[in-house]
Design a protein around this ligand. Structure first.
Ligand code: C2E
Ligand code: MG
Ligand code: MG
Length: 564
């Protein structure tokens, strides 16, 4: 196996000559500079500093044992302790036979006696040591990812750095490619097929980038990195790679984050972080495959960081407020208040009101969501209890659950406790679970939802139609209502007024024997059309935006009055 890609193989390897005597340095440099790129250090400390700085590119060190400020043997000992330096081969330069043994014991590859032998002897020993060290690295088998045969991350970074050193002015792009919702593919088809998909993607990547200087690695399960010559557009690339799905008879979406014409002053990690940020931004976008990093994304990241940092304080100081949005049953002559959805808002002392779309996804990633959700459930339950006792009237309030909540083995107990402590029953608190959570890790989550229902909780599948449940899957999922994804309403009433999709979803709900709930209903026209199509319940600005608890009371009082 070649250790350097072809276009680097012809380039010179780098050697450090560490010797305090000027004449020795010059002599060795004369012998070596045709074949190698030579660095020179004139005392021990300087040598050690240069070794650390050039650790990624140094192929060999020629080390004099007797130098001022740090002895050669001490440098060897320090290098041995440092996993990053340990692999760099060292040839010791010495006139003292005893030290030869001591230095070989400390990991030196070889020695060259002083006064120096013939140049050919020196060159032969050097190239043999380099070869030995490079082979050793290959033998350790860590260079390649076992599954795909691509570079692993460590070697990938080494080669990219190497390349930058040789071609500092070449414009390069850092790409981060992710398979959208790979865990779903794994779940649906099994690990073996998942592995096969990853292998195919790797092959395709190699083919796509074969005709240009490029490095490719698999960074983690389904994340690939590419460092390649700059190009303006990667749409075609993304399409070509995603089309491995055709071969495997499944739909695969590869999203590509691009940090274009990277700033080489940033280290590689940061360059690829930027590509990753760009890729993650389109994770939930089903039409965009390629996203380019720009500085505004960094601002967004900083903003996200700020929200995450400030969460504990905001919770303690009660900056989170629960709003309520009514849901109306439209099956009768007049719409009748049926329930409400609890939706959280963050009233930030300097930033004003922040809507949940800005922080829920962040908190889901950072593991804060469980704490926030439990807080919201508690507040919602307290509110229902207060309406009951003070107004003598209430409606069930549905709260949102995140996927992370469903992994908590204590969830059912926690929910029961919240209901009990407020003197409520499970009929007072409904649960909304988004479709994608159901599908992402079916067994565990489905069992959890089943248990919630067995304890009497009413479960609404939220955003139905945005996730991935197949039609035969949906019949087996535990649920009590289907909440249509808002996108159906948007597209149906957009321009063409095509309500066929809504009608299909309502049919599915009928088939399952559960009510269909439409959210995002904004106009009378939409309301009337949905009623005609057989939708049971609607929620949306047409009736009311989500409002603070005090403002919601008017709906309760109207309901009460209508009964009298
Ligand atoms: P969702 O559960 O699907 O909630 C419906 C969203 O649609 C709410 O946005 C609501 O304000 C908005 N909406 C309702 N009617 C209309 C309408 O007629 N037109 C338009 N354009 N929008 C309408 P909101 O409050 O910003 O919440 C967004 C999402 O954040 C929610 O989507 C839910 O997934 C999540 N979320 C909100 N509160 C919580 C919470 O306490 N816990 C968790 N885990 N997620 C929450
Ligand atoms: Mg909801
Ligand atoms: Mg929804």
């Amino acid at each position: 196996m070649k250790i350097f890609p072809d276009f680097i193989a012809g380039s010179k390897r780098q050697i450090l000559i560490a010797d305090d005597e000027y004449i020795n340095r010059e002599l060795l440099e004369n012998i070596l500079s045709d074949e190698y790129d030579v660095l020179k250090a004139e005392d021990g400390e300087m040598a050690y500093e240069m070794i650390k700085q050039n650790r990624k590119t140094l192929s060999l060190i020629l080390l004099d044992l007797n130098m001022p400020r740090m002895r050669g043997l001490d440098i060897l000992a320090q290098m041995n302790e440092d996993p990053y330096l340990k692999g760099i081969p060292v040839i010791v330069l010495t006139s003292d036979q005893d030290s030869e043994v001591a230095s070989l014991k400390r990991g030196a590859y070889d020695f060259i006696p002083k006064p120096y032998p013939q140049p050919d002897v020196i060159k032969a020993r050097i190239s043999r040591s380099i070869e030995l060290a490079e082979n050793r690295q290959i033998i350790s088998a860590t260079e390649r990812d076992e599954l795909t045969g691509l570079y692993n991350i460590e070697y990938f970074y080494r080669y990219c750095n190497q390349f930058d050193r040789f071609y500092p002015d070449t414009e390069m792009d850092a790409l981060c490619l992710d398979v959208n919702h790979f865990h779903v593919l794994n779940e649906r088809f099994g690990i073996e097929k998942g592995d096969e998909i990853l292998k195919k993607i790797a092959e395709r990547l190699e083919a796509v980038f074969a005709d240009q200087a490029s490095f490719i690695c698999r960074k983690a399960a389904d994340t690939f990195l590419v460092y390649c010559l700059h190009q303006d557009d990667y749409t075609k690339t993304a399409e070509m790679i995603s089309s491995v799905g055709d071969e495997l008879q499944t739909v695969i979406k590869i999203r590509v984050g691009v940090y274009s014409n990277c700033d080489k002053k940033l280290d590689l990690h940061r360059r690829f972080d930027r590509a990753k940020i760009a890729s993650d931004k389109i994770r939930n976008n089903y039409t965009v495959f390629v996203n380019e990093f720009d500085e505004a994304l960094i601002d967004a990241e900083l903003f996200s960081g700020q929200l995450v940092d400030e969460f504990p304080k905001a919770l303690a100081e009660k900056h989170f407020k629960v709003f309520f949005q009514p849901k109306f049953d439209i099956r009768g002559d007049k719409p009748a208040l049926a329930s409400a959805e609890a939706l959280v808002r963050w009233f930030h002392p300097t930033l004003g009101m922040i809507s949940p779309g800005a922080f829920i996804p962040l908190f889901e990633e950072d593991g804060l969501i469980a704490t926030l959700d439990e807080y919201v459930w508690r507040e919602a339950a307290k509110q229902v209890a207060d309406w009951k006792s003070r107004l003598g009237v209430s409606v069930p309030v549905s709260v949102n659950l995140s996927r992370a909540d469903l992994y908590d083995p204590n969830l059912v107990n926690a929910m029961k406790r919240i209901v009990d402590e407020n003197g409520l029953g499970t009929e007072d608190m409904y649960l909304e679970i988004t479709e994608s959570a159901y599908v992402s890790d079916s067994n565990q989550i489905v069992n959890q939802v089943k248990e919630l229902r067995e304890h009497g909780f009413f479960v609404e599948m939220d955003d139905f139609g945005s996730g991935y449940s197949s039609l035969n899957m949906i019949t087996e999922l535990p649920l009590d209502a289907l909440k249509l994804d808002m996108k159906f309403i948007r597209t149906a009433f957009d321009k063409q007024n095509d309500t066929r999709m809504i009608s299909i979803v309502i049919d599915i709900a009928d088939y399952l024997g559960v009510p269909a709930i439409a959210e995002g209903v904004e106009t009378e026209e939409q309301y009337l059309e949905l009623k005609k199509l057989g939708c049971s319940i609607i929620q949306g600005y047409y009736f009311s935006k989500p409002v603070p608890a005090e403002d919601f009371e008017k709906f309760l009082l109207e309901k009460q009055a209508s009964k009298m």
